[in-house]
Design a protein around this ligand. Structure first.
Ligand SMILES: Cc1cc2nc3c(=O)[nH]c(=O)nc-3n(C[C@H](O)[C@H](O)[C@H](O)COP(=O)(O)OP(=O)(O)OC[C@H]3O[C@@H](n4cnc5c(N)ncnc54)[C@H](O)[C@@H]3O)c2cc1C
Length: 455
């Protein structure tokens, strides 16, 4: 068992692990140092939004923090409003309330059990791992720990290639859409023509908020395929089956092209809703990903990743309706294309967009990069991650999917894995593929708590 544990990160993953640890009986009292990075602990990026328009993209019944208490979030909601159903898509702000309430409860419970928790509202600058212990450093201070867990979420977004220094300096090119949404009041007067690069769930969030706050603005959203994520059904699709036959067939032939064919066949044969087939794979994804060779993983990233993300990470139906209304009203236009360059041209930004062998130019008052979560350690601007990489304490996933780690979250250095340095959440995408949403994170938190408290 590790008695003194440093948890580094202030979001839902860190909060879930902390609560899991404090809920358990342990042979000795724990000393937990929780470095929250400065923001309000527990909510993180996803659940720190104050907007009622930003909904969970997972139904309430599937959003418990705890793998062992599947109704957790629903029970929390129904205490105030028994009419809320498990199939509802609730505002993410409410999930932040739930995280905070659970952390507060766990802290009390932990205290009664003799555990000690130090909440440190600082970003960790450096870690010095050794097999016997880890030194955690922030500013001039250092804290000894037996083990440490990186729960850093996604890394700070970086500008796309082709964006000029002048465009970045102009204040008209937004690299971090979450920071923009948090500081909207400061952007006066509101822009008229806004271009979004990327059409995933981040773009959807940004459109929902900006189209309401800037009623005169018009939007162009560009991506290679020009398509938004699919939507959930109003009522959950009945499960196809447990997916066992499909999974077995996929494991027998771990090749992306074959997997795509198997998926299409499964959907056609079962005559069922495609969403049910996609969802039936969810618990098996880490094992399936582990079957793929490095070449097949690279092939997936090149050819299938965006198609998969579109069907797997879906938006609530009411959100889809709002986006469709913006398109019908002519306020939102979708374009297929790849943005080659963004530069300043007088009072506006000018984008050079390539599509089907031709290029065209687009002007915008404001360009927002909405390309999804950044997990490429090799191009990141994160002090702790850079220090760990520079000192070869960790290794970057070769496809830009976080850190190299084993299936239990132990981080790799050289040819070995640290016994006492772990990660949870988005940084583990290279090992587990699906590792960003709560249904995966709560399983990881439970398993990690078992390991930290085990013999
Ligand atoms: C907009 C959005 C909507 C989402 N919606 C859903 C949803 O509906 N359902 C779902 O299941 N999932 C959703 N997700 C996925 C989401 O990633 C997870 O649910 C969860 O929020 C991840 O939490 P996290 O703690 O891993 O990351 P984050 O919330 O990003 O937290 C990471 C934390 O680490 C801190 N940190 C970074 N560096 C340091 C350092 N050096 N020292 C200390 N602290 C540091 C940061 O300040 C931050 O507080 C959404 C994600 C986003 C971005």
């Amino acid at each position: 068992m590790f008695r003194r544990v440093a948890i580094i990160g202030g979001g839902a993953a860190a909060a879930t692990l902390l609560s899991e640890l404090l809920e358990r009986e342990s042979p000795q009292p724990l000393q937990l140092d929780w470095f929250t990075g400065g923001g309000p602990p527990a909510r993180g990026v996803a659940y720190g939004t104050a907007s009622e328009r930003h909904l969970l993209n997972v139904r309430a019944a599937s959003m418990s923090m705890f793998a062992g208490k599947p109704r957790g979030f629903l029970d929390f909601l129904q205490r105030d409003d028994p009419a809320i159903a498990g199939t509802d898509f609730l505002p993410r702000r409410r999930y932040g309330d739930y995280l905070e309430a659970e952390v507060a409860r766990a802290l009390q419970q932990g205290k009664a059990r003799g555990h000690h928790v130090n909440i440190l509202p600082f970003a960790v600058d450096a870690l010095v791992p050794e097999s016997g212990g880890i030194t955690v450093i922030h500013g001039e201070e250092s804290h000894p720990a037996d083990a440490a867990v990186l729960a850093l979420g996604a890394l700070p977004p970086q500008p796309l290639a082709g964006v000029s220094a002048a465009a970045l300096a102009s204040g008209r090119y937004v690299v971090d859409p979450w920071r923009l949404l948090a500081q909207l009041a400061e952007r006066q007067p509101p822009p008229r023509k806004v271009v979004l690069i990327g059409l995933g769930l981040t773009a959807v969030d940004v459109l929902l908020e900006l189209s309401a706050r800037w009623p005169q603005a018009e939007f162009v959203a560009i991506s290679r395929h020009g398509r938004f994520p699919e939507a959930h059904l109003h009522a959950a699709a009945a499960p196809a089956d447990d997916g066992a036959a499909l999974v077995e067939a996929m494991r027998d032939a771990p090749e992306i092209r074959r997997w795509m064919r198997l998926l299409r066949e499964a959907i056609a044969q079962q005559g069922t809703e495609w969403r049910a087939v996609v969802d039936s794979l969810r618990p098996h994804l880490p094992a399936l990903w582990a079957e793929l060779s490095p070449e097949q993983r690279a092939r997936f990233m090149r050819h299938a990743r965006w198609a998969w993300e579109r069907v797997r990470h879906r938006m609530p139906p009411q959100v889809r309706e709002t986006i469709a209304a913006l398109e019908r009203d002519g306020r939102l236009q979708r374009q297929c294309g790849r943005v080659h360059a963004v530069d300043v041209a007088g009072d506006v930004l000018q984008l050079t967009v390539g599509h089907a062998g031709a290029t065209h130019v687009l002007d915008a008052d404001l360009v927002i990069q909405t390309v999804g979560l950044e997990t490429d350690l090799r191009r990141c601007n994160h002090r702790l991650v850079s220090q760990l990489l520079t000192n070869a304490h960790i290794a970057a996933d070769p496809l830009g999917l976080g850190v190299q780690a084993d299936g239990d979250g132990h981080l790799r250095h050289g040819e070995q894995y640290w016994p006492n340095l772990f990660a949870i959440g988005s940084l583990l995408r290279g090992t587990l593929w699906e590792s960003t949403a709560m249904p995966e994170i709560r399983q990881q938190a439970r398993h990690l708590a078992d390991q930290l408290l085990g013999d």
